[in-house]
Design a protein around this ligand. Structure first.
Ligand SMILES: Cc1cc2nc3c(=O)[nH]c(=O)nc-3n(C[C@H](O)[C@H](O)[C@H](O)COP(=O)(O)OP(=O)(O)OC[C@H]3O[C@@H](n4cnc5c(N)ncnc54)[C@H](O)[C@@H]3O)c2cc1C
Length: 469
């Protein structure tokens, strides 16, 4: 085996950290691994979000960026399922890995680093699960039962800190925060400020959603093929937590409902359910804002629960560019909101009225996000998507009574831009340049903490295979 090979990883999110662990575990100190992270160290990660001004000052955005990746500021739900966050089964099958075993290993690593021991397993509560499935089946909704571990926003930073300590003390791993990689090239150089370069034997590029546009640009410049993936666009829905209590506490912490809408036959789903959580604002490039949800517990549990309600949209010629399409809708929404998310009651959206601040103030459901503009989402979103949202919520109400109330709060834009998928072989190595690997959400291989970790492990296994051969 070669000695002292250098491996450079871009991004210290779930994909990057799990790749580093896999490399360290299998190659020990025979490789030198450097993880470059544009955002701050785990100790320095905090999200002020006290005002729009302060929020706009965070570049990179503290929610999306920093050691631990986007997951650190999430409610930290580990979806322990081979079809959630991507088709993990297909990814693993291509390299003859047992997907369930890999998912268990990822879960165990989180537990070994302090993840809470409680797992929500819907099959433990058989009767409630059967009743929910019966209700769903009666109205053409598919419910996906998933075993989930809840890290919780409070624990996640501690778990990440423990992972960082473990990697740095057991292997030749150096995690370098506040260091943005400006470019990479085919000679496997990483390029930093002031044109400083470092050359590696292998590169693993795992920049997450925050870095996905950067990655797409880099691939274009280097002539690496990429493909558009479907766009997930919709709204974030906020309701009194009591409405979701039974399902979230007795069946599944982050319940996944899949619906086909009647008029357009579109696929719409619930995603990232934050029971007793908070809606948060995200900042993207070019003054584009977005919304997300989490469960920061500093203020305790909230009286509301929120979830993303997302339509999946594929585009065909002449416009296949789902990233640009999603961005144009998000930009239009951001402009209409004066660079704040739009907030509307469902009643107003249904009636075609703009929501006003006075109405929001007396609405039975109070927003957990302060930094919003009351508005009319129908001014920003295509008719098709508004129809999908209204029809989808009307249907979901048959399973979760109350979600279709006039007082339900709707925030926009909520979008999960899919990264352009990089053209890779089964080990996620570029088909065009040897020894450059890709993983995680930013390269189009995952949409979740566990899924990103799976892709990081597969890429690491590819590097290990090459080194050992
Ligand atoms: C608010 C929120 C809530 C979420 N909740 C959940 C949840 O409960 N469960 C779940 O499974 N998923 C959740 N997700 C999604 C989950 O966080 C991501 O799917 C996961 O973190 C992806 O891992 P990754 O390693 O691919 O990317 P990331 O975790 O995004 O990490 C990539 C890192 O790369 C860094 N980076 C990017 N470009 C560069 C560059 N040029 N140079 C150096 N560094 C760079 C970024 O700063 C970032 O820290 C949530 C996301 C958010 C934002």
């Amino acid at each position: 085996m070669s000695k002292n090979l250098k491996i450079g990883i871009v991004g210290a999110g779930s994909a990057g950290l799990f790749a580093a662990n896999e490399l360290g575990k299998n190659l020990g100190n025979k490789v030198e691994i450097k993880l470059f992270e544009a955002g701050p160290s785990i100790e320095n990660r905090n999200c002020p979000q006290k005002s729009e001004y302060e929020c706009a000052q965070c570049d990179p955005c503290r929610i999306m960026s920093g050691v631990g990746g986007a997951g650190v500021w999430s409610s930290g739900i580990l979806n322990l399922h081979k079809k959630i966050g991507g088709d993990l089964e297909a990814l693993c099958n291509k390299v003859n890995l047992d997907v369930n075993q890999i998912i268990n290993e990822i879960d165990s690593f989180f537990v070994a680093n302090g993840a809470p021991n409680n797992v929500f397993d819907p099959y433990n509560n058989g009767e409630e699960l059967i009743e929910l499935k019966r209700k769903c089946a009666a109205v053409d909704i598919r419910f996906i039962p998933i075993k989930q571990r809840l890290l919780g926003s409070k624990n996640t930073p501690k778990v990440i800190k423990s992972i960082v300590n473990y990697l740095e003390s057991n292997f030749d791993v150096e995690i370098i925060p506040d260091t943005k990689v400006l470019a990479f090239d085919k000679q496997k150089n990483l390029i930093f400020k002031q044109n400083r370069k470092q050359q590696f034997d292998f590169l693993l590029i795992a920049p997450g959603r925050w870095g996905m546009l950067w990655l797409a640009q880099q691939c274009d410049q280097l002539g690496l093929n990429t493909f558009y993936e479907p766009l997930d666009i919709g709204v974030r829905v906020e309701v009194p937590s009591i409405i979701l209590e039974n399902i979230c506490e007795n069946v599944q912490r982050d319940p996944k409902f899949h619906i086909i809408t009647p008029t357009y036959n579109d696929f719409i789903r619930t995603f990232c359910v934050n029971h007793e959580g908070y809606v948060v604002k995200e900042n993207y490039e070019e003054h584009i804002v977005g919304v997300n949800g989490h469960q920061i517990s500093i203020n305790g549990e909230s009286e509301t629960s929120n979830f993303a309600f997302l339509i999946r949209q594929t585009l065909t010629a002449p416009l296949e560019d789902t990233t640009e399409y999603g961005r144009s809708i998000a930009k239009q929404t951001s402009i209409l909101g004066g660079y704040k998310p739009l907030l509307q009651t469902l009643g107003d959206l249904r009636k075609g009225h703009r929501s006003r601040q006075s109405l929001i103030e007396r609405n039975p459901v109070q927003p957990t996000l302060n930094d919003y503009t009351p508005g009319d989402i129908a001014m920003a979103y295509p008719y098709r998507f508004v129809t999908d949202i209204l029809e989808g919520l009307a249907n979901l109400d048959k399973v979760i009574p109350g979600v279709n109330n006039n007082s339900t709060l709707i925030y926009a834009p909520e979008f999960k831009r899919s990264a352009k998928k990089v053209d890779v072989n089964e080990y996620l190595e570029s088909r065009q340049v040897q020894n450059i690997f890709f993983a995680g959400d930013g390269a189009g291989f995952s949409r979740g903490i566990v899924a990103a970790a799976v892709s990081g492990i597969i890429a690491a296994k590819g590097i290990i295979k090459k080194i050992k051969n």
